[in-house]
Write a protein that binds this ligand. Sequence first.
Ligand code: PEP
Ligand code: MN
Length: 337
Amino acid sequence: MMIVMKAGATEEQVKHVVERLEKAGLGAHLSQGEFKTVIGVIGDREKIADLPLAVAPGVENVIPIQKPYKFVSREFRAEDTVIEVKGSKIGGGHFAVIAGPCSVETEEQMAKVAEHVKKAGATFLRGGAFKPRSSPYSFQGLGMDGLKLLAQAGERVGLPIVTELLDVRDLDAVAEYADVIQIGTRNMQNFVLLLEAGSAGKPVILKRGFGATVEETLMAAEYVVKGGSSQVILCERGIRTFENSTRNTLDLSMIPIATRNSHLPVIVDPSHGTGKNYLVAPMSLAALAAGAAGVMVEVHPCPEEAWCDGPQSLDLESFSDLMAKIRPMAAVLEREI
Ligand code: PEP
Ligand code: MN
């Protein structure tokens, strides 16, 4: 259950409601919005239902929420969350195109890719500086130098940047440079990292764990919101199944399921979701058709020479071709890029 306090509710009124909850053996989680305080009630459903808090002073509304996730649920907020960064929007009919290499390699690589994807119509630039690699012997990313190169390239072409936060110890550095913080699939249930990412004051892209259900993904998003950010973007990036003709199995059904149950925008990463460059365009279009709020696509000036994930990266020309297909389809579906 969520208790929405009136815009002018006093601190005493909020305290009074919290005390009533605590006296009844229930937990209270406070979320201080710009105008209103919302109290999430945690505990036994029957006990909650027995409390007549709708008539307590300062209370505007009591919303029963049946789902285990609260703040990210549709029941809590009926309208789509729209996230806007430096003029680029995600959600609520806006289709974001996040493009760039798997990892930041050199200044020249970033300059080339940034200039091209911007010209072709991308709305965000991506690039990994801290890379979560399966092998400790693989390239781990350029770290701080990579962050700087990414930020420089984004600034030069006027695109907001997305990059992964791998470790809480890098939070300040990543938050200083990134416009959007990405949490990777391997960290989807790193709850401390989720809370910290939520506290950074930046939108967070939360990638679905490759072994996680949609509900577990929404619970992870709830952690980010609990950490302090309501600006969360869910990202389907493929899950592990028995199918081995693709790197992962892209679960496009997550889009309508998560969108039905949550107000958060859902984007799709067909690059990691398939692992194959020729599947990126058809899966991007399918994601758009299924209601995704955007796609995140790996693009490299020369995939053959990429330091990471070359086989799933589009070259510059293929990215332009993809944009040429996305544009008319988005127009038919009344989505804005
Ligand atoms: C990435 O986007 O660079 C990445 C590592 O993705 P994932 O966490 O989905 O594997
Ligand atoms: Mn990658």
